[in-house]
Design a protein around this ligand. Structure first.
Ligand code: ADP
Length: 399
């Protein structure tokens, strides 16, 4: 059974075709600059060099058409016809409170995804466009929606309600939702496998550290707390996002800098985080290089990032009354030994101790703890596409 996994952005569409018989990726790629000049599709048949196909992708339907054409191409394709795609799994950013798990897409599900646009105006509209484009091109292929928020729907009410007048929650569903759920779920399940224990017996802290970054307390297989909130702006300091700040900063800035609502949103989402602190870059490789060359603000950005992660680990150990393993994933978590070491230094109080040699690992599953550590530290590359494909198979088979 081949599953096509689709992740649609406003002007991009990423895809992977996965053979679920052995969970192997057959091909993957991205349509970029959809609706803009110089649009193109970059497609890779696994094991081959990527091909770049310059095409006028004037909307997402054309992009999907080109994805199918690439997947069935004589030279760099991997299937003979579209009929070899058994199901499509879509990554959907926001599922609101209604979707506590993945759903087979039908008219009722589409209605609710549309209702969630209010909660994720930057993301859900593109996701909907992706679903509609696929429906148009492959009307008979079953499709599943996998939500970034669904995994966190198990949080208790006292964790997700903000200390604001309760009517605001009732009126707008304004509450903590949390994101990166597909990734937190995938690495938590892998961690249980690595530890050789049932997930129902484990207390895990999963740290998804990429451009966007979030942490999750996974108790007995369920998310009980996470660092992102109503939007992906809350929590950790990120590449360009501020993470949690004193809310009074917003009114202060609006007053002093004469910022509008949009100005503040851009300031906190796009100009802050390690980019804003360092003035160098949002990419940790650039920041680390600058810090090594004596740039004080770059070093400060790294210190702030690591300090915040450390605080959340302490917080979540308290929330769960203990922790069996801390998991690092995503671009920084998988590839940055400096950041992992800085976060975990002086946490032997918790039983966390890492082996310097093992901590050099990049992009591979590894237990990097010392033998005497009572809390394991694991590096686990995330695989959101595979998790989406697994959910898709599970639901399509159930139907
Ligand atoms: P996104 O949230 O956009 O998916 P990523 O998970 O790709 O982000 O994370 C981007 C960050 O990961 C960057 O700051 C970059 O420094 C770091 N990163 C990604 N790949 C590597 C690598 N191979 N080596 C070192 N750092 C990496």
């Amino acid at each position: 059974m081949n599953v096509l996994v689709i992740n649609t952005g406003s002007s991009s569409l990423k895809y992977q075709l996965i053979d679920m018989a052995n969970e192997s990726v057959l091909a993957k790629g991205v349509c970029d600059r959809i609706g803009l000049e110089h649009s193109f599709l970059k497609h890779s048949k696994v094991g081959n060099d990527p091909v770049v196909i310059e095409k006028d992708l004037y909307n997402h339907k054309v992009a999907i058409q080109e994805v199918i054409a690439a997947l069935t191409n004589e030279n760099y394709g991997v299937i003979k016809s579209m009929s070899e795609i058994s199901a499509v799994g879509h990554r959907i950013v926001h599922g609101g409170e209604k979707f506590k798990e993945s759903m087979v897409i039908d008219d009722d599900v589409m209605k609710v995804i549309n209702e969630c646009v209010e909660l994720a105006p930057l993301h859900n509209p593109s996701n909907i466009t992706g679903i509609e484009a696929c429906k148009h091109i492959m009307p008979d292929v079953p499709m599943v929606a996998v939500f970034d928020t669904a995994f966190h729907q198990t949080m208790p009410r006292y964790a997700y309600i903000y200390a604001l007048p309760y009517e605001i929650y009732e009126k707008y569903k304004l509450r903590k939702y949390g994101f990166h759920g597909t990734s937190h779920k995938y690495v938590a399940e892998r961690a249980a496998k690595m530890l050789g224990k049932p997930i129902e017996s484990l207390k895990l802290i999963t740290c998804h550290l990429g451009n966007g970054a979030s942490i999750c307390a996974v108790k007995y297989g369920k998310s009980v707390e996470t660092s992102m909130g109503f939007t992906p702006l809350q929590g950790l300091c990120m590449g360009t996002r501020s993470g949690t700040i004193d809310p009074a900063v917003i009114t202060f800035l609006m007053d002093k800098e004469k910022m509008t609502v949009k100005d503040v949103s851009d300031f906190l989402n796009k100009k802050s985080g390690v980019l804003g602190i360092s003035g160098v870059s949002s990419d940790f490789r650039d920041i680390e290089e600058a810090a090594n060359n004596g740039d004080d603000r770059a070093k400060l950005a790294l210190d702030i990032f690591c300090y915040r992660v450390k605080r959340f680990i302490g917080d979540y150990a308290a929330v769960m009354n203990g922790v069996d393993a801390v998991v690092f994933t995503a671009g920084i978590g998988e590839n940055n030994p400096y950041v992992r070491r800085e976060i975990l230094t002086d946490m032997d109080f918790f039983g966390i101790k890492i082996d310097e040699e093992k901590n050099k690992v990049r992009g591979k599953e590894m237990d990097i703890s010392t033998p005497d550590a009572t809390v394991r530290t694991l590096v686990i590359p995330t695989n959101e596409e595979l998790e989406i494909a697994r959910e898709t198979v599970k639901l399509v088979k159930l139907k």
